[in-house]
Design a protein. Structure first.
Lengths: 345, 193
């Protein structure tokens, strides 16, 4: 089963595959509830811009691609009057779909007309950072500082410093941001949350003994920051604390990344919940492969490396993932897949 | 400043990877039943995008009672053509099925084209106007081969044709060639005699 699954994944470059068997059709009892309304559909009176933003935010929080597709369809409406704000939202959707080059083009176009557009600069920083375009990330970061998002500017500055430098540079970056957070005068809560999350990530990078504490501080400022929660859970797993990882992930959405971490924790605990979750994740990845989706490459690669024990297949996907995304976690996964593959050869 | 900060919140933290699959429907066509296909579409897509009033929840009998108007929406997005002629189609809700834990409604789509021997073309346009990330996966099953094709917003119409036709055509050519050779040989032996 695992072998066949791997072959399907590796073959996913091709759009045309052999036909899949159709699942059985059943006729339920008349009274059986077959559907419940998703929360984000509840109708509220709002303009289209607000609706698109709400759908994007819902999608970000819950990993819901349907909401993202609906937001994009709303923006695709040709009758919609065009504006820079809508173009930025288009770029945000493109970023979420991993269409980074397209997102970058849209953002640069917006910034050529309005260089002080905060959201455009912020999204451009993220897009450039993900792609490993350090020069562009640096310039967008500097622009955020010019717009008086000082703590965010310090945060992205030190993040880039740690990413591009050696271990000493990473330690200096951590200390620099730590100092900036302590001395920053009345930052917006959102800036403090962002900087704290970056600080926790830098702490993990340099194996700071208080890494856990930094993550908990970041989550106390923004409990809905699932990215930091995932990073903390991952940190717990690498330090042999699967129960703490599960506690961190409790009451968070069943996204692929979070469920993968839950699965690794279950396996470390020899929990009977592991096989069912493993099967569920395998099905999700298979469905993504059928759609030719590249949104799950990191999780698929990690699934193969850490769960099914197929480092060679994992390496193929980790390399494909790294072609698109070059963040710390992507680089670390690629290096680990290379090491394990080399060890088994 | 506050407005800017609110605006920034849109992507302040990186998104977690997807929890819910993007909207996907599944089509199954078998050459033994060339004038029909099975369409599996998520109930949530039907209700959110095609239902006049979106209920908080839905029972099977309620879904059945809505099958008429829902079926019309489906037929509007599934065009079956032979050449330039549209083939009249009907839809029937036949049950439910599941994909990665999500409930899908299964529909039987049937059509009648003027020429039963000619291949037909399927133009899939369902849901793209409501969900730009929607995709369909078409499974074509033939006696000799089968394939799976991803259909997106810009996909051209796909052909639904028997995989046996190329072989039948080849057999006819071979047969005709053999006949020509046989006639030549017969003529030569006749002339020699």
């Amino acid at each position: 089963m695992a072998r066949a699954f791997t072959l399907v994944i590796v073959a996913s470059c091709s759009v045309t595959l052999g036909a899949a068997p159709a699942p059985p059709i059943t006729t339920p009892d008349d009274t059986r509830i077959v559907w419940r309304q998703p929360d984000h559909h509840q109708s509220v009176t709002e303009d289209r811009y607000s609706k698109v933003r709400r759908l994007i935010e819902w999608s970000r929080q819950h990993g819901d691609l349907r909401a993202l597709g609906q937001a994009q369809a709303l923006l695709d409406d040709k009758a919609l009057p065009q504006s820079l704000d809508l173009t930025v939202l288009r770029a945000v959707i493109a970023q979420r779909n991993h269409e980074f080059a397209y997102a970058q083009t849209l953002l640069l176009d917006v910034l050529s007309q309005e260089p002080t557009h905060a959201q455009a600069n912020f999204t451009l920083y993220n897009v450039a950072f993900v792609q490993g375009n350090i020069a562009l990330a640096r310039s967008a970061c500097a622009q955020l500082g010019a717009l008086r998002f000082n703590l965010i500017e310090r945060s992205c500055h030190f993040n880039l410093m740690a990413l591009t430098g050696d271990a000493t540079a990473a330690r200096l970056a951590f200390e620099g941001l730590h100092h900036a957070l302590r001395t920053s005068r009345r930052p917006q809560p959102i800036e403090r949350a962002w900087a704290s999350a970056t600080l926790a990530e830098l702490a993990a990078t340099i194996n700071h003994p208080k890494t856990e504490q930094f993550y908990l501080q970041a989550l106390a400022l923004a409990n809905n920051d699932h990215y930091s929660a995932a990073s903390l859970a991952d940190w717990y797993l690498t330090h042999g604390k699967p129960s703490a990882a599960l506690a961190t992930l409790a009451d968070r959405p069943p996204s692929d990344r979070l469920d993968l971490l839950r699965l690794i924790a279950y396996r470390q605990l020899n929990s009977p919940s592991a096989p069912a979750l493993q099967q569920q994740l395998a099905q999700r990845f298979q469905a993504a492969t059928m759609r030719d989706s590249e949104l799950h490459l990191y999780e698929q690669a990690r699934f193969l490396l850490d769960v099914t024990g197929e480092p060679e297949a994992a390496l193929v996907l980790a390399e494909r993932n790294f072609e698109k995304q070059k963040e710390r976690a992507d680089r670390a996964l690629l290096e680990r897949a290379r090491q394990v593959t080399a060890a088994v050869q | 400043m506050k407005t800017l900060c609110l605006s920034l919140f849109v992507c302040l933290s990186m998104a977690v990877a997807q929890a819910h699959e993007a909207s996907t429907s599944y089509l199954y066509w078998h050459e033994q039943h060339p004038d029909s296909l099975r369409l599996d579409i998520a109930v949530t897509d039907l209700m959110v995008h095609f239902s006049a009033a979106v209920p908080e929840q839905l029972s099977w009998s309620e879904l059945q009672s809505l099958s008429g108007p829902l079926g019309q929406h489906l037929l509007a997005g599934l065009q079956i053509q032979q050449g330039e002629t549209a083939c009249p189609s009907t839809s029937e809700l036949v049950g439910i099925t599941h994909y990665t834990g999500e409930v899908f409604a299964s529909w039987q789509i049937q059509w009648r084209c003027p020429n039963t021997l000619r291949s037909t073309r399927l133009s899939y346009r369902l849901l793209f106007a409501q969900d730009a990330l929607h995709r369909a996966i078409l499974n074509r099953e033939g006696a000799l081969s089968s394939d799976m094709q991803l259909l997106g917003r810009t996909s051209p119409p796909v052909t639904l044709a028997s995989t046996a036709w190329p072989l039948i055509a080849l057999a006819i050519i071979v047969f005709c060639g053999a006949m020509v050779l046989a006639i030549r040989r017969w003529r030569r032996s006749f002339l020699d005699a």
